[in-house]
Design a protein around this ligand. Structure first.
Ligand SMILES: NC(=O)c1ccc[n+]([C@@H]2O[C@H](COP(=O)([O-])OP(=O)(O)OC[C@H]3O[C@@H](n4cnc5c(N)ncnc54)[C@H](O)[C@@H]3O)[C@@H](O)[C@H]2O)c1
Length: 311
């Protein structure tokens, strides 16, 4: 996959120019640069507040008693965390993924409350099997977490139509097939909740991630059309927009193209990547009936990255 950061970095630096941090212009209009410490969210990391261990599975409640979920991409990263979090809160989970060994291992770890199934989100047949498995094993289906996704990128010169098709098939068509395949069971299992994992890249563009950005905007749009259609049928549909979360996906990107450049807004605002559990806490809430008045919504868990610019 052609990742090339230099032209993008170069463009960013050119855009930023040389004059942004000169004290003269800023003080002339009464502006001051915020101390960097004011922008850091590290003090709110799990464990630092003393309120949580940082592991969603360590916070046991019965918030999801009676809930049965399918979590796609549940073998890794955030999907695995969501599966663990759902069980920790009293729910049952069907873990779907194409990474069979890792998925089975997580299901085994979770015992009777979890089963694994091979679920390629681009396959209608796999979806049908997953729905059947949920209803047969746990008696119902009332939560769908469309989480599976891939990330690719490259400049417009390099990015191929094949890369575009692949990311759109998994990230955008996958959630559509999930909704289409699950809607009957979700109606039977209502009140039900669909959680579509979009991204901060579904709220604003990311240079060099054309297909990924488009796919995550598509997920946000699909969430709206489905929420409107299903509101009267006892099914809520919301999108979740994570920022920079520490998972194998982001690690692979860092390995290929490096982290945010020194001085970048991303580097200053998101001084730490979030733990998957910090996204799971939101997913558990949206899956539960506590979120009964939320549908068609966009839920940010992005460390403030889409809030605006930091000068
Ligand atoms: N990590 C981040 O910073 C971040 C930020 C915003 C959004 N997201 C989104 O969150 C979701 C989870 O990402 P993650 O960071 O945990 O990634 P990850 O790479 O750790 O996990 C993704 C999982 O999806 C699975 N998968 C890939 N293709 C699949 C397919 N066709 N069918 C079924 N499963 C498939 C993989 O096997 C893997 O287990 C993705 O939709 C991603 O786009 C991630």
């Amino acid at each position: 996959m052609p990742w090339r950061t230099e032209p993008i970095r170069g463009a960013r630096e050119a855009e930023r120019g040389g004059g942004w941090e000169t004290g003269g212009a800023a003080s002339a209009v009464g502006l001051r640069k915020l101390p960097r410490a004011d922008l850091h969210l590290k003090d709110y990391a799990p464990g630092r507040t003393g309120k949580t261990s940082g592991k969603e599975e360590d916070i046991m409640t019965n918030r999801l008693d009676g809930k049965v979920a399918i979590v796609t991409g549940g073998a890794s990263g955030m999907g695995a965390s969501h599966a663990r979090g759902i069980v920790a809160h009293g729910g049952k989970v069907v873990i779907g993924d194409i990474s069979d060994d890792a998925g089975r291992q997580i299901a085994e770890e979770l015992g009777d409350s979890a089963v694994y199934t091979h679920l390629d989100v681009t396959s209608p047949e796999d979806w049908a099997q997953a729905v059947e498995l949920a209803e047969q094993t746990f008696g119902t289906l009332n939560v769908l977490v469309n989480n599976a996704g891939i990330l690719n990128g490259g400049s417009l010169d390099e990015y191929t139509p094949e890369s575009w098709d692949l990311v759109m098939a998994i990230n955008a068509k996958g959630p559509f097939l999930g909704l289409k395949s699950c809607v009957g069971a979700l109606r039977r299992g209502k009140p039900a909740s669909v959680i579509n994992i979009s991204s901060a890249a579904g709220m604003q563009g990311v240079a060099g991630m054309h297909g990924y950005t488009a796919s995550k905007y598509a997920v946000r749009g699909l969430t709206k059309s489905a929420a409107l259609e299903l509101a009267g049928q006892g099914i809520r549909v919301n999108s979740v927009h994570p920022g920079n979360i520490a998972t194998p996906m982001t690690q692979a990107m860092i390995d290929q193209v490096g982290g945010p450049a020194a001085g970048d807004r991303d580097a200053s605002l998101l001084v730490r990547p979030a733990e998957p559990a910090e996204v799971t806490a939101l997913v558990v809430y949206l899956a539960s009936d506590d979120a009964s008045f939320s549908t068609g919504g966009e839920f940010l868990v992005d460390g403030g990255i889409t809030a605006g610019s930091v000068y």
